[in-house]
Design a protein around this ligand. Sequence first.
Ligand SMILES: [Mn+2]
Length: 368
Amino acid sequence: MSGTPAGRPVPRPDGWAFGRGILPYPKDRALLWNLVSEIIDGREGGVMVYAHHNADLDAVATALVLKRAFPWVKLGAFKSISTPGRKLLTAMKEEMAVDPDLTIFKLVVIVDSSSALQVSDGNLSSWPRHWVLDHHAEHERWGTEHYNDPNMGACVEIALQIAMMTNLPLDREMAVAGIAGIIADTGKFRFARASDMSACSFLLNGSDVRMEDVLDVIEGEEYFDVSKKIAQLKAMRRVQFQKVGDQIVATSRVTSFEAAAARALLVAGADVVFIAADRPDELRISSRAKPHILRLGVHLGNFMDEIGKLTGNEGGGHDGAAGLNGKGNADKILSLCMKKMSQLIEDKMGDTKPKHVEEIGTAGENER
Ligand SMILES: [Mn+2]
């Protein structure tokens, strides 16, 4: 790091720098200092850093970086913590309480939350004094002190600004948490802005952390789970697919890890997938679609609801991730999904694309 003491960034006109990476200075340093002062003043009475319901990686990362800067704060979350969030906490050997008693604290710092409903039943009147630290563009007018910077792709970038303002040296844990939060909130960099990439470069240059270290933490042992690897490979071997215009609809069967198998097939090239987990006592079908399919107007939750009704099962879910539970012949239901989805995509593509549904075949057979 060419003359810079390890962990200390170089101040530049536009921000703190490590190598070519820059973390910009906060948009309102005075306002952010107000929060810092209150956290310091609140030390005696207790400070709770509070994350939203099902605290995601960015919320957990924000809380972890704040705890690095102010070790006396306690961490908490409303209702639950997401699985990746829990993995990050375990890796950092920190704890986050679920639904702690907030009334015993002097100050609550709500992080990564754009509305009161994300952290409570909506009524904060019985809460102690609270601050909000957020980065959402759609940001509720909190009836309290708040700092919101939608130019930050992840809330943890603001927490890192706070850490740098307090002259905290960058360490490995902060770098891992920072990159994890940015990865999560940019859809694994798909929607990352130059500033988010620059912040990651700042964190990588300023620490000995490698991207692989961060991904290992987020994905954890599951990444190396042998049953999951086999399920994904079996799903590959049993795949059937159909070309609709330039889109690929694929189906396959596994006995478990159907969601992981669905993701693997999307990565392998499918645009919409249906994976059956076929067990003696029950049948589950997991379905996933890429964002451009959703932009055509396809809603998998509604689609699986319809498949459920047609087959006497229960189906439903989100636009890009849905499922079905019940009983029946896996192959028959999968081919129904394939047929109906191909028709639906063809309809949605409408007049702009040539109507063209082409059977291609199954893995192991001739690909052409
Ligand atoms: Mn966030």
